[in-house]
Design a protein around this ligand. Structure first.
Ligand code: FAD
Length: 306
């Protein structure tokens, strides 16, 4: 059996694997797609100490760094069930392939995925005007016109953030009113370069073949179609944690995120979690790496005590 078995090969899982392997303990990583969300990212400019890199490059470097150590990487494998053991005993992880792995400690780092609008053009113009992370891509739209899709807390926060950087922000909400906290709504309404449109369904992302040039939305009260000319669209309709396979005794939040304490421990002894799949605030690469590190050191601490 493994001493540490990491499920997920994104920044959190890679950091956890490296920290565990450096303790000289038997470490494995199961990943559906090594690199995780980083593979889908174009420019990365907030990975501190690296001014600019690209997702696929960082993902390859993550994998190379893990391979510097004796880590058993099981790529293109999907975990389908976690069967927790007794305290101090072995946990079992079942894979979709039918295989089963056993480990003294488990680190869950299966990440999350942005909920997509599903509108025509969204896929085509991803990273070419369609963005999901204002902390990451906001500065690329300095002086340009953008829209934020979604009027919950994350959408309104994104709109406030962007309004300080870009020329103009159009916030589009499906419901007849914004769902964000009142204090955020008040802040947004006080900003001069923001337009708020409610009862609106984004029906299409418009572009010139190379990049986004606008969007089309339907006014849900009149059924009329309208067009907004702009350069960027930030989709903020939810981040979904990859925990569908983890139903059972593991404590999840109302949003399906794995609940962890400040050491990355879950409610199950010997089971730790890190990164976007958890309740940790701020879903970023550098945060996920720090969280993976914490979870691995906590797993090691658990091992030397049991
Ligand atoms: P993930 O990267 O999501 O990795 C999860 C891993 O788990 C993957 O290997 C996945 O294949 C695997 N997995 C999932 N389910 C299973 C399963 N059942 N069995 C086995 N494996 C499984 N952050 C920044 O800091 N800067 C940026 O510029 C930036 N830009 C972004 C741009 C885009 C388009 C996106 C989508 C995200 C961006 N982010 C950025 C956010 C950043 O990518 C995430 O915060 C980070 O990747 C989270 O790391 P993670 O390891 O927790 O999860």
């Amino acid at each position: 059996p493994f001493e540490v078995l990491v499920i997920g090969g994104g920044p959190a899982g890679a950091a956890a694997a490296i920290y565990a392997a450096r303790k000289g303990i038997r470490t494995g990583v199961v990943a559906e797609r090594f690199g995780g969300q980083v593979l889908d990212t174009m420019g990365i400019e907030n990975f501190i100490s690296v001014s600019h890199t690209e997702g696929p490059k960082l993902a390859a470097q993550l994998e190379q760094h893990v391979r510097d150590y004796e880590v058993d990487i099981m790529n293109l494998q999907t975990a389908s069930a976690l069967i927790p053991g007794e305290a101090g005993g072995l946990h079992e992880v079942k894979l979709a392939s039918g295989a089963s792995l056993k480990a003294k400690t488990i680190i869950l780092s299966t990440g999350a995925r942005w909920r997509e609008m599903g509108a025509p053009g969204e896929d085509l113009y991803r990273n070419k005007g369609v963005a999901y992370c204002p902390h990451c891509d906001g500065p690329l739209y300095k002086g340009k016109r953008t829209a934020v899709i979604g009027g919950g807390n994350s959408g309104v926060e994104a709109a406030i953030d962007l309004a300080g950087i870009v020329a103009h922000v159009t916030l589009i909400e499906y419901d007849s009113q914004l769902r964000a906290d009142a204090v955020l709504q008040a802040k947004l309404r006080s900003m001069p370069n923001v337009t708020i449109i409610t009862s609106a369904l984004t029906t299409e992302v418009l572009g010139d073949g190379e990049k986004v040039t606008g969007l089309q939305y339907k006014d849900r009260t009149t059924e009329e179609l309208h067009q907004v000319d702009l350069e960027g669209i930030f989709v903020q309709i939810g981040l979904v944690p990859n925990t569908e396979w983890l139903q059972g005794p593991l404590a999840l939040s109302g949003r399906g995120e794995i609940e962890i304490d400040s050491h990355g421990a879950t409610n199950l002894p010997g089971v730790f979690a890190a990164g976007d799949v958890t309740t940790v605030p701020y879903k970023q690469i550098i945060v996920a790496m720090g969280e993976g590190t914490k979870a691995a050191l906590s797993a090691f601490d658990y091992l030397i005590r049991s």
